[in-house]
Ligand binder design. Structure first.
Ligand code: PLP
Length: 374
């Protein structure tokens, strides 16, 4: 297997930290089923509830507002399904730029439940028009607003406080997909987000474990039924090892935040400055001052870098993501690039950074880009 020398695809997933691996290895000793009444079971139950309290304390939530799931997709699906089935939601306001975990689920739920699906307008960078949202919600009870905190392809950030206050004003419920932002910001869940989701592997935790966050209980009911674990919100014997890794990763991310934010923002800025100094005609899709500090999405003219930019970088040991805007049939634009009507004949690369990246890596990547760009 090719050894990755530079990993700039942290929006896809992040490497597991050694401390997280350590916490997971320790948790392997806690093997009892938390539902069992004997000492081993009780030990696991105590361990699980300690993990919940630790997560809640980092996120400023009550332990009762935190549920462990298999990840962002499951958490989002639980919320969407239950909102329509149990909370009498008749209208969902969202955008076409959400993650497929939202869009595909909404598509499928439309076959099961009668509800109006309304798309809020956004500008060419994907910024939601909050005045239009305000108008869309006026006089429309039983509405759920589904807007992601940060877009995973462009990094575009939602003004969560403003959206939450608009939702509160109109008595709408607000689900924010916080999969890209938990562990990257101190999100204030007291400011009106009703439901949120997270995935541990986005903040240097393990894959296949995540969070469903429900402010104040809000009457949500489960997607997965069975033994009644997670106070009946999510059945299935709990993934103790995964949860232990997630909690450790979240605590480490939180502790590192003060230093990580300026460090990663400097890397991102340097990449952008380097690219714009080197090349003409770039299309920068990420609006720097309104975006998650870990993501930079740039379009390069296809005649200069070729359609296979991501593969060429990969051959040089640099991992980034694509989402080509080419209409040649070789690469299909992602729904986000398509939704933002990016120009044809541009190949987009998403560079996404973490606190483990270095300036030296940015410089090496710029050197490789200089060789590719002809
Ligand atoms: N939402 C966003 C914004 C994401 O970036 C992702 C993963 O890429 C998901 C939801 C789904 O998360 P998972 O695949 O971990 O279930």
């Amino acid at each position: 297997m090719l050894k990755r020398s530079i990993y700039f695809d942290n929006a896809a997933t992040t490497p597991l930290l050694p401390e997280v691996k350590g916490a997971m290895t320790e948790a392997m000793e806690v093997f009892g089923n938390p539902a069992s009444i004997h000492a081993e079971g009780r030990r696991s139950k105590v361990f699980l509830e300690e993990c919940r309290t630790r997560v809640a304390s980092v996120l400023g939530l009550q332990p009762a507002e935190v549920f462990f799931t298999s990840g962002g997709t499951e958490s989002l699906q639980t919320i969407l399904l239950s909102a329509l089935r149990d909370l009498n939601i008749k209208r969902i306001v969202t955008t076409s730029l959400e993650h497929p975990a939202v869009l595909k689920n909404l598509e499928s739920l439309r076959e099961l439940f009668p509800f109006d699906l309304v798309h809020a307008p956004f500008d060419r960078f994907g910024r939601v028009d909050t005045d239009a949202l305000d108008e869309l919600l006026a006089g429309q009870p039983q509405t759920l607003v589904v807007l992601m905190h940060a877009n995973n392809e462009t990094g575009m950030l939602l003004p969560v406080k403003r959206v939450a206050s608009i939702c509160q004003q109109h008595n709408a419920l607000f689900l924010s997909d916080t999969v890209q932002t938990v562990g990257k910001y101190r999100i204030d869940f007291s400011e009106g987000i009703d439901f949120a989701a997270a995935s541990a592997h986005k903040f240097h935790g393990p894959k296949g474990v995540g969070l469903l966050m429900v402010k104040g209980g809000a009457g949500l009911k489960p997607l997965i039924l069975g033994g009644g674990q997670e106070r009946t919100m999510r059945s299935g014997t709990e993934n103790l090892i995964g949860v232990a890794g997630m909690v450790k990763a979240l605590e480490l991310a939180d502790e590192a935040l003060e230093k990580a934010m300026p460090h990663v923002e400097t890397l991102r800025q340097s990449m952008l400055t380097g690219l714009t100094n080197l090349f003409d005609n770039l299309k920068v899709l990420t609006l720097m001052e309104h975006s998650l500090y870990t993501i930079l999405n740039v379009g390069f003219p296809v005649q200069r870098v070729g359609e296979m930019l991501v593969n060429r970088l990969d051959m040089e040991g640099i991992a980034v993501s694509g989402g080509s805007a080419c209409a040649s049939g070789v690469n299909h634009p992602s729904h986000v690039l398509e939704g933002l009507s990016v120009e044809e004949h541009y190949v987009h690369a998403r560079f996404s950074f973490s606190r483990l990246n270095t300036m030296e890596e940015v410089e090496r990547c710029l050197g490789v880009m200089r060789n590719i760009y002809s």
